[in-house]
Ligand binder design. Sequence first.
Ligand SMILES: *Cc1c(COP(=O)(O)O)cnc(C)c1O
Ligand code: SF4
Length: 357
Amino acid sequence: MEPNWNDWRWQLKNAIRNGDDLKSQLSLTPEEEAGLLSLRAQGGLPLTITPHFLRLIDVDNPLDPLRLQLVPRASEFKLQESERRDPLGEEDHEVVPHLVHRYPDRVLLLITDRCASYCRFCTRKRWVGQGPTPKASDLEQALAYIRAHPEVKEVLVSGGDALLLGDENLAQLLSSIRAIQSVEIIRLATRMLTFAPMRITNQLVDILQQHHPVYVMSHINHPQELASEAKDAILKLTNAGIPVLNQTVLLRQVNNDVQVLATLFRELTRLRARPYYLHQCDVASGTAHFRVPIGEALALVKKLRGHISGLCIPTFMIDIPGGFGKVPMVPDPVVKREKDRIFLEGFRGEIAAYPTD
Ligand SMILES: *Cc1c(COP(=O)(O)O)cnc(C)c1O
Ligand code: SF4
């Protein structure tokens, strides 16, 4: 293996960034060829794949669940009427550039537009990887806003990927946020555990520990993403007392399967990374081929309950288009209502009455 393989910056420098390089690694399907042509003609979310991620792809399987997440396909360029450029209305909720204040007690700070690789279903595909890249003066404005709003108890640093900041910049950012007395919790959102888990160095862990409470919000969608390096990285964080909460996006052909989700959530829990949210794929433009119908999604969630422990089960969430916030979606266990009792369906499908008062 390359001598610098374990250096995350080497992974960024050596990432695949165009169709020709991709073709030298994978034999592309006609769907993918067409997708790459459209991407070249129309622009948009860039193609980028780190060597680490590429190595996890089974090159002989055109439906490999990792490949489907990162390689553009023609379907991405067929837009649906129900889709939106900015599905969560984030631009309307920006209080200063790159700071979204939607809930009273929390803010979302988009610290960079860059990621180590790009997911074709990204909810911020309008902006991610394309800029404008947040400037130092934007960060100053964001910090000033948080300082002026003591009701903000939590800062969620995302992007892009919060861990694409170098250690020095990250340490400085965390200190600046910590210097604001009213902020209690800091969360860092990252997909580096999947794209370049070597980002979790001892020095990074030290920096995070120095600014506690810092929660790491990972984004892992399939058990195949849990390479041994990723597992080591999660354990490095959890062993150091840094909570890892994982978000999974429900994706057609990738993870809309009870066994796949159950395996992922169980493995994460064993590493002490808590499955936090399972997200319905947002209605960003050109993502219809990834979306699982709500009925099917709820049926999957219902099947998980009872078959893996409560510790392993994330909350299934829909982020309401337009910026109205996230809501939990729960399969309804009530199958019948009478005047003084309801009928509940257990995980095995058995039905029993329960008194209502
Ligand atoms: C998702 C989100 C949060 C965090 O929500 P939680 O439910 O607390 O995880 C905060 N701000 C914005 C704008 C969000 O989209
Ligand atoms: S890592 Fe997150 S922000 Fe980056 S492309 Fe994937 S979904 Fe979008």
